[in-house]
Design a protein around this ligand. Structure first.
Ligand code: NAD
Length: 415
């Protein structure tokens, strides 16, 4: 019986994945217009990832339920009930697949509140979801006011949120005095990466980290932002990193398929970031900009900025930087970056490049991050848990462990 219901939802999810593929151009055009992110990111990365995640979740759910019903005859999982899902603008198809899909597969009534920037693409995504047969799904609205209203809705059983830590706090502030409901929260990050003198290929590490940092103008929660490089290899690393960074300057229309990097979400945010960084660099000479000046590029774009931090103040310490900036410093002793990581209020993805097992062990012991990348960054496949600790949130995404968040467990004792 449970298996049959799950199988029906699997079919709907598979149909939705097919519909997303079929309408990928329309979705990508709308999302690119709304966010200024380049269309090629949506067509080649975000939408395929979303489709893959939907397919993954639907099979994972089926397997999970069939295993549970045979292994644990005393346990059943029912829907949580009315679930509010609130998502951000920076990777719309992925946020949708990571949160809305597991909520629907849990057979919940889902009230979706996407970002205020995504008015058209969200309507299209909602239409496709309903067309696939998910009749307990609705688009609640897109404005911030809609979000506030949704949180105040009396009959919510769960809130699943992805966005900034500041908004998460506002939501909890409103929600908790009214009602204790389950919350699944994923927020920002400030990725820290250590590159040891024992790294296998320093140039390759530098290039990969620069690509991850400046992809989508640095508007990615899990990007490597604060990079610590062993003094011995600093020169080689900085040269390769800066060279790669400069390839990520926005220089053409985000709607052209050949464009590699679009702009920031709005002109105002791009201006604010440039003004704040320029002012900081003028006042703090112990921070050296290696990639030329801080400047505006095509459309809402901003130049990729590589700052070498020598000593003293650093730019916006402990803030999430959702813009094209990497801050790099050197170390003699690996405990320096580890102490820095320990003191951070964010703990989403941190990493190390090293071939030395004792260094890797030390890193794993002291990094507080939910995701720990060794000799790589940002490459974990669908099925590998995505999630953080501390102010980066709680709850896991895109893995089997996500699914139980969206069901209520009942343990049955019969005599
Ligand atoms: P945001 O916090 O401004 O908004 C997120 C969502 O919350 C939007 O839909 C917004 O309309 C809504 N919202 C805002 N105020 C609200 C309120 N008072 N009540 C209810 N809803 C409200 O974030 P953003 O600018 O859209 O997205 C960028 C942020 O998302 C970054 O901090 C980034 O790190 C984070 N993010 C995290 C992950 C992750 O998985 N950890 C993934 C993507 C983005």
């Amino acid at each position: 019986m449970i298996l049959n219901k799950a199988a029906v939802r699997l079919e709907k999810a598979q149909m939705l994945a097919d519909l997303l593929q079929k309408h990928s151009t329309a979705l990508a055009v709308a999302m690119s217009r709304e966010t200024n992110r380049c269309i090629s990111d949506f067509l080649n990365d975000s939408l395929p990832k979303a489709v893959q995640t939907i397919r993954y979740f639907s099979y994972a759910k089926l397997v999970l339920e069939s295993e549970e019903s045979s292994l644990y005859g005393v346990k059943r999982r029912d829907p949580v009930g009315r679930v509010a899902v609130i998502t951000p603008w920076n990777d719309p198809p992925v946020a949708f697949a990571w949160k809305v899909i597991p909520a629907l597969l849990g057979d919940n009534t889902v009230l979706w509140k996407p970002s205020e920037f995504l008015t058209e693409s969200s309507k299209l995504l909602a239409e496709l979801t309903q067309k696939a047969g998910f009749d307990k799904f609705s688009l609640f609205g897109t404005s911030r006011a809609d979000g506030e209203e949704l949180i105040k809705t009396e009959l919510l059983d769960m809130v699943a949120f992805t966005g900034s830590a500041a908004t998460a706090k506002q939501i909890l502030h409103t929600l908790v005095p009214r009602r204790l409901v389950r919350t699944h929260i994923e927020t920002g990050g400030r990725g820290i990466c250590v590159v040891s003198s024992n790294a296998k290929n320093v140039v390759e590490a530098a290039r990969h980290l620069a690509r991850c940092c400046f992809y989508n103008q640095g508007q990615i929660c899990s990007k490597p932002f604060r990079i610590f490089v062993a003094k011995k290899i600093q020169e080689v690393f900085l040269e390769a990193f800066t060279e790669e960074a400069l390839l990520w300057s926005p220089n053409d229309d985000p709607l052209k398929k050949s464009t590699k990097v679009g702009g920031m979400i709005t002109d105002k945010r791009a201006d604010n970031f440039c003004d704040a960084l320029s002012l900081f660099l003028t006042k703090n000479k112990n921070n050296v900009i290696l990639s030329g000046g801080v400047r505006r590029c095509f459309g809402t774009g901003v130049s990729p900025n590589v700052v070498l931090h020598l000593k003293g103040c650093e730019f916006a310490p402990d803030e999430e930087i959702f813009a094209p900036l990497a801050v790099i410093s050197s170390f003699d002793d690996i405990t320096k970056p580890l102490k820095y990581a320990q003191a951070s209020r964010y703990a989403l993805e941190n990493g190390i490049y090293s071939q030395d097992i004792s260094e890797i062990e030390l890193f794993l012991k002291y990094t507080p991050s939910g995701m720990c990348s060794i000799n790589t960054w940002g490459t974990s496949p669908v099925g590998f848990p995505f999630g953080g600790n501390r102010e980066s949130g709680f709850g896991l995404e895109k893995c089997v462990e996500t699914l139980p968040w969206y069901t209520s467990t009942k343990y049955i004792h019969a005599v």
